[in-house]
Design a binder for this molecule. Sequence first.
Ligand SMILES: [Zn+2]
Length: 260
Amino acid sequence: MASPEVREEAIVLKKTKLAESDLILHLLVNDGSCERVVAKGARKPTNASSATLDLFNCVTLTIVGGKGLGIAKGSKLQEHHDELLIDPLRFAAASVMAELVDAVIQPDLPVPRLFDMVRTALFQVAKAPEDALPLVVAAFAFKLTALIGMRPSFAACACCGAPVGMRGGSVRFSYADGGAACAACATDMDTVGVSQATLALCDSLLHSTFADIAQMDPTSSAWDAASVAEMWALRQTGARLRSFSAFKTLSGCLQAASVI
Ligand SMILES: [Zn+2]
């Protein structure tokens, strides 16, 4: 009996080497679930699919072998952004998003709207001003966790719902218990102090479109919001994002180089 064949629209999140010339592809497929496939011969420079299967590409794949580790038989490129592969900072930002998605998606467990969100976010990482990249990445982490049921609360106490205010100063914030905490609830929660300006920015990122975030004015709080996002993603998903450290380090190096 012939092996089952399916056609999937997918985004390439990760590639790992297999044998001499093959790859295992970690894919986000159109329904928001994960699929892993073997791409035979994909590491050979002469292989027609090697460029099609670049990281962050959106492709249409024919997969043979059904569920489990199928074989990618044919691929067609749907969307590719040169900037994500040739610009180190954009590559690092896209890597954070891909690593986070790869850590949370599962086979046969669709996450509605995730595919379109990743596609939109990758487009903005490719095109947005470099100053906006930490904002886009932070927004992505907040929106992704919201999509899988762990929406952070920035403007109201995560415990009782009381407004925490968005004026100057510091707010108690609990990474373990859902977000901001009012003074009364904070006594029973494991909290840290976060500036209200940073939380107001985080709240704005959660509620803004990626296109609007890409147009936001540069702000000194951008990396503070990114740090909140990194810690939030770690606590909610357990994903210790190595790519986030690389993104921060590379950004710091580039900023240092620009002032020499
Ligand atoms: Zn409260």
